[in-house]
Design a protein around this ligand. Structure first.
Ligand code: ADP
Ligand code: MG
Length: 268
């Protein structure tokens, strides 16, 4: 077999693509055999690693790609850097713990959720992002088609499930029940990252039933970190900077909550 055929048979696609460059570089740097082999395999490995990340990013259906490095902590002091740094170490994923991000619109909840999702993707975890709205229509449809069990199993599979925008629309009792089933399935098995513009005290209204809301919060918050973001909308800041707004908006404030184990809050 030729070298090209060998690479093809072994599915060393990345090395096959880069073969000329890798060989030229080895020659110009006068690498010995061992160093060359290591460089060549490194090239293949890097390509596979990158492809794995790309395919997990695609599967995750993130609304946009944002990183922690792009998050301006100075603008939003109520996001505790230390807590975020700790979360970015991903022990929460290993321990199947949850993250709840609370705060008014525009303060970076989705950004933070996506950025933590990206970290998880980079270190090899499967992530899935959906709005609660999308989740509900998926679950309702699944039930109509008698596939609820299968879809619930599918949704239990990603190591991190990001559910964005709880509380923007109130859920019916029936939807709240479906939500409860999903939370119970994932409880102590895989992480949820939730964002909400409603404080926990308002979740009774969101789920249309205080008993069900308590049961949901109980599982959700048992092993969890809550970040309560208080402050100004980043979107408005950008508009103001562009001269489109001149007045500081009146932001609704989030009541704090002490139901959960670890709370990261600071006054903004
Ligand atoms: P929320 O989900 O809380 O409504 P988003 O996460 O969608 O807010 O943030 C709105 C926009 O502002 C996004 O484009 C996001 O990237 C940006 N943004 C929000 N907070 C910050 C921040 N602290 N630093 C940099 N960009 C931010
Ligand atoms: Mg959002």
């Amino acid at each position: 077999m030729t070298l090209e055929q060998l690479l093809q048979q072994l599915k060393f696609d990345h090395l096959a693509d880069q073969l000329e460059t890798v060989c030229e570089q080895a020659a110009s740097r006068e690498l010995d055999y061992r160093e060359f082999l290591s460089e060549a395999l490194q090239c293949e490995w890097a390509g596979r690693h990158r492809r794995g990340i790309d395919s997990r990013i695609k599967q995750a259906r993130l609304p946009w790609l944002k990183t922690l490095e792009q998050l301006d902590f100075d603008f939003q002091p109520s996001i505790d850097r230390k807590v975020v740094r700790q979360l970015s170490g991903l022990a929460f994923v290993e321990r199947a713990e949850n993250i709840v991000l609370l705060g008014p619109p525009g303060v970076g909840k989705t950004h933070l959720a996506v950025a933590l999702g990206m970290k998880a993707i980079e270190s090899g975890h499967r992530v899935l992002f959906m709005t609660v709205d999308q989740l509900m229509s998926r679950l309702r449809k699944a039930r109509e088609e008698n596939r609820l069990e299968r879809i619930l199993a599918q949704l239990s599979y990603p190591k991190v499930l990001i559910l964005d925008e709880i509380g923007y629309l109130p859920l019916s009792r029936d939807e709240a029940n479906l939500f409860f089933r999903l939370v119970s399935r994932r409880y102590e098995k895989a992480s949820l990252i939730l964002t909400s513009n409603k404080s926990f005290t308002d979740w009774g209204d969101v789920f249309g039933d205080p008993v069900l809301a308590t049961a949901i919060l109980d599982r959700l918050l048992h092993h969890s970190t809550t970040i309560n973001i208080k402050g100004e909308s980043y979107r408005l800041k950008e508009k103001r900077k562009a001269g489109l707004l001149n007045q500081r908006p009146q932001m609704e404030t989030q009541p704090t909550d002490d139901h959960h184990e670890e709370t990261a809050e600071a006054e903004s």
